[in-house]
Design a protein around this ligand. Sequence first.
Ligand code: GYE
Length: 306
Amino acid sequence: TGSGDAAAAGPKAESDLVVGFAQVGAESGWRTANTKDIQDSFKEAGIQLKFSDAQQKQENQIKAIRSYIQQKVDVIAFSPVVETGWDAVLNEAKDAGIPVVLTDRAVDSSDDSLYVTFLGSDFVLEGQKAGEWVLEEYKDQTEPVKIIQLEGTTGAAPAIDRAEGFAEAIKSDPKFEVVASQTGDFTRAGGKQVTEALLKANPGVNLIYAHNDDMGLGAIEAIEAAGLVPGKDIKIVTVDAVKDGMQALADGKINFIVECSPLLGKQLIEVVKQINNGETPEKRIVTEETTFTQEQAIEALPTRQY
Ligand code: GYE
């Protein structure tokens, strides 16, 4: 094992620890809240954080991770923009003896020795919750329910898993038809653009399922521009529950939101401390989350942190 092996070297003073974090980008309200929470948590803990923003590009994240390896940081944490293509750089970290923590998103690798733990949400469950709401909402409708799905970044764990969970939930009833499904890259602009095009191509859409609030907010703009009323003519269900999304839910423009918490900083600090102490964190740390109806959003908004 390399010089970064905490157990062999004994724990360092926490004020001497250095963690490199390779963030996805700043694509959404969720991401902005996540970045702030991580930065604040490290400040509060008195642990040094090196932070980089990959602008949603895998090559930039790989470069950042390589530079953290070169700088011999104590722990590397990152939120993989897509699931695949990480084995080479993660093997480099392993060879250098630097433990890697996955925060928020998973990698698709057969070798789970390449990371210490994956800390974040259960995205399949989030998709299921969205789908279950849809089942209930349309339980009395016998006509087909036409659905547009706005997917997250192609190849990203939350895009793959939220699609899977939703499809699983609605498959029990053939009246649900996903008439179009396209990526909006988790951005508001993407959600707007894709919705504009898809509404033109698919008349009579009943519902939009957006993999995050930002794309749902973009969809609202497109629906209004088409002369329709979001939340009524076309219902919207999203994932995240960031402030702007919750406001749109309170206003009745979004109909239901499945929560995905971006507040992962404190748990990441705990994992870093465990690693430093030579302890083994749980391999999978799942974030606890709820869902919001309009009434619940109105109630939660005044004290919502992000
Ligand atoms: O839902 C979306 C963001 O990985 C859980 O990424 C995260 C997702 C989040 O851009 O808003």
